[in-house]
Design a protein around this ligand. Structure first.
Ligand code: HEC
Ligand code: HEC
Ligand code: HEC
Ligand code: HEC
Ligand code: HEC
Length: 198
């Protein structure tokens, strides 16, 4: 049986596992194996530097990732965003020529996705960014990265631990206090299996 089929079979057990967890009061974060691809840094077709653009030049993350506050995806910018500057900046660079070529042909750069949640997990940027969770809380100091890499484990325990921290009921149970800036918003991220798996 390949790992994919195994996962799908395990997912069919979700209601059962959830019930067991509820009945035994067990800490289900303990049973997940962390680290997946923490530190993953695939080679990109163009050496685009976040350190240069978002760090040294202090460009806002959402100037390029403009979907993040309103939609599910963090969204990779199309080449026309790059061409706002690179129509005139560094046009003799071989790297920039690749961008200009894609722009003229109406194609896109084949960037390699760094973060990959399994598709049985439902994650939505707007539910986080729209509620004031900073990009760096999950993605680390991207503005200091010449090449962007996966900063957090993206393991289930990572999601659930943060959700618990904000939820008043769970905070009391686990002796944690919600971060100051969220107290007024009464955020209660769910720790129900179905919130993330449906
Ligand atoms: C000038 C445009 C631009 C700016 C500004 C920018 N990014 Fe990006 N970002 C990109 C491009 C292009 C990629 C795809 C190439 C890559 O992964 O390096 C990307 C990739 C990423 C990825 C990896 C996505 C994945 O899983 O494949 C993350 C995370 C990210 N950016 C976060 C940020 C954060 C946080 C900021 C602000 C501190 C920021 N970006 C600012 C253009 C930008
Ligand atoms: C609560 C944690 C969290 C926050 C806050 C967050 N991200 Fe993400 N981001 C993720 C996860 C998890 C993924 C992987 C999603 C997937 O594979 O389905 C991801 C993926 C991405 C991607 C790849 C495209 C995609 O959506 O899969 C980009 C680009 C990105 N994030 C940029 C940003 C930017 C820019 C911000 C701030 C405006 C931000 N993220 C805030 C957790 C977060
Ligand atoms: C706000 C203007 C601006 C935007 C938008 C912008 N860049 Fe840049 N970029 C610059 C500047 C300025 C430099 C540094 C030029 C220099 O070294 O003199 C640069 C440098 C680069 C370099 C290094 C080129 C080399 O050969 O040294 C690459 C690659 C690059 N950018 C890719 C991108 C990509 C891809 C995007 C779109 C996702 C983008 N840029 C968007 C302003 C911008
Ligand atoms: C840094 C803290 C943090 C991390 C890490 C985090 N979340 Fe959240 N999550 C939140 C907050 C805050 C909300 C907003 C709750 C609200 O609107 O009341 C939220 C909301 C959600 C929601 C909307 C349903 C709800 O409960 O409101 C889903 C689904 C979700 N998160 C899934 C995930 C997944 C999947 C991961 C891991 C890949 C993750 N989250 C990681 C803080 C976090
Ligand atoms: C806040 C989001 C969130 C909640 C709540 C959540 N999960 Fe998950 N779950 C994830 C993420 C992200 C993954 C993928 C990463 C991993 O396997 O750790 C995952 C993976 C899994 C897997 C596959 C494990 C593997 O090894 O591939 C199972 C089974 C699972 N969850 C069961 C549950 C059950 C049962 C509950 C309720 C008791 C639950 N999950 C609640 C986010 C969540």
């Amino acid at each position: 049986m390949n790992p994919r089929t195994l996962k799908l079979r395990m997912l069919r057990l979700l209601p059962v596992l959830g019930l067991l967890a509820a009945l035994s009061g067990c800490d289900y974060t303990d049973v997940t194996v962390p680290t997946y691809q923490k530190g993953y840094k695939p080679v990109q077709p163009i050496s685009f530097s976040h350190k240069l653009h978002a760090g040294d030049m202090q460009m806002e993350c959402q100037y390029c990732h403009f979907g993040a506050a309103e939609s599910r995806n963090g969204s990779i910018p199309p080449v026309n965003v790059c061409m706002n500057c690179h129509k005139t900046v560094k046009t003799d660079s071989p790297q920039i020529k690749k961008i200009a070529e894609a722009y003229e042909k109406g194609t896109s750069i084949p960037w390699v996705k760094v973060h990959n949640l399994p598709d049985f997990v439902s994650f939505n940027h707007s539910r986080h960014v729209g509620r004031g969770v900073a990009c760096q809380t999950c993605h680390g100091p991207v503005q200091e990265m010449p090449e962007v890499y996966q900063f957090s484990s993206l393991a289930m325990g990572w999601c659930v631990n943060c959700h618990r921290q904000y939820s008043e009921k769970d905070s009391a149970q686990f002796g944690q206090t919600p971060p100051e800036q969220f107290k007024d918003l009464h955020l209660k991220p769910s720790t129900d299996c179905a919130a993330c798996h449906h």
